[in-house]
Design a protein. Structure first.
Length: 326
């Protein structure tokens, strides 16, 4: 029943994303224009070249960020871990800005720069948290992530001052806008999402052992440090390619794993497909709502995701605090 409900909500979001936009004459019938080539009508071209790629890109973003958040929460054993809170989003954003402003880095692909700098930010956060001493402290992990994220985003804001054209491009990108994404960006996201999901599923058993503690994982023949490194590298790669396409979108990697655990428990073999559905559902509905909000211009998806994710997270934390107090 839960799978059916999640699938229906995702399908409804996809329909809402496809059917909303600036033109009223574009509907599902225009999907026939996918194979019409140059003979496609203007409405069919709108569906083929703008709305469908945007919906696919939103789904790819949700999958990548949701899986990245689940991996980070598993390898750190911290339910607050996510690409945004550990500084990975901000590090990846810095990589993109450096690619725009430093000529020597301009030849490197954006997704590669974002992944490398996101991974560097994660390593710095883990070092602050005590990784090299053999034990990661949860409080230092969060505080270290906040500090690294603040440094990274300060450097991003410095890029605003270098050139007006770069400033306009960076400002619009940092709010998580996907309005201008086309099919190449959508396919890039999905090309990383599918192998990333497969690799994460291969790690699912080790992630379950990580939840039992480092001693239990070691006792059963799995090195927790290797799992930590592999999970963090994969999370940084998925986050980097997502940020290179759409900017630093927060809350998906934090909220989607929490909802998945609430629905299906703590077994990562079941969590992963549920996180995929929830992450894609969240970003696709955010895309649809961004075009429905009553305003002159549509809101960036990153802002709508924050509007959806922040209240849910706040209510969840308050409910847990009330239960613990009782």
């Amino acid at each position: 029943m839960r799978w059916a409900v999640l699938t229906c909500v995702l399908a409804a979001g996809a329909l809402a994303s496809l059917l909303t936009g600036g033109r009223d004459d574009v509907g599902l019938a225009q999907l026939a224009g996918l194979f019409a080539g140059e003979a496609a009508s203007t409405a069919e071209q709108t569906m083929r070249d703008i709305r469908l790629p945007r919906t696919l890109a939103a789904a790819g973003l949700g999958i990548n960020l949701g899986v990245a958040g689940l991996l980070l929460q598993a390898v750190t054993r911290n339910p607050l871990a996510s690409p945004a809170i550990l500084g990975i989003n901000q590090g990846a954003a810095l990589g993109i800005v450096l690619g725009l402003t430093v000529p020597a880095l301009a030849v490197a692909p954006g997704w590669l720069l974002a992944s490398v700098f996101g991974l560097a930010a994660a390593c710095l956060t883990f070092a602050i948290a005590g990784l090299f001493s053999g034990r990661i402290d949860s409080m230092r992990l969060i505080l270290g992530g906040v500090a690294v994220g603040a440094i990274g985003f300060s450097a991003v804001r410095l890029g605003y001052t270098l050139e007006d054209d770069i400033a306009r491009e960076v400002v619009r990108w940092t709010v998580g806008d996907i309005a201008d994404l086309r099919i190449d960006a959508a396919l890039r996201l999905l090309a990383f999402a599918l192998p990333g999901l497969g690799l994460a599923y291969l790690m699912a058993h080790r992630l379950n052992l990580m939840a039992m503690g480092h001693a239990a994982s070691n006792g059963l023949g799995f090195d927790p440090r290797a799992t930590l490194v592999q999970g963090t590298v994969l999370a940084a790669l998925l986050t980097g390619v997502s940020i290179s396409v759409a900017g630093p979108i927060a809350f998906v990697g934090l909220v989607a794993p929490h909802i998945a655990r609430w629905l299906c428990g703590a077994d990562h073999r079941r969590l992963l497909p549920v996180v995929v559905l929830i992450g894609a559902t969240l970003t696709i509905w955010a895309d649809a709502l961004s075009k429905l909000l009553p305003q002159a211009e549509e809101a960036p998806v990153g802002i709508v995701v924050a509007m959806l994710g922040a209240p849910w997270l706040l209510v969840s934390v308050l409910r847990r605090s009330g239960t613990a107090h009782v």
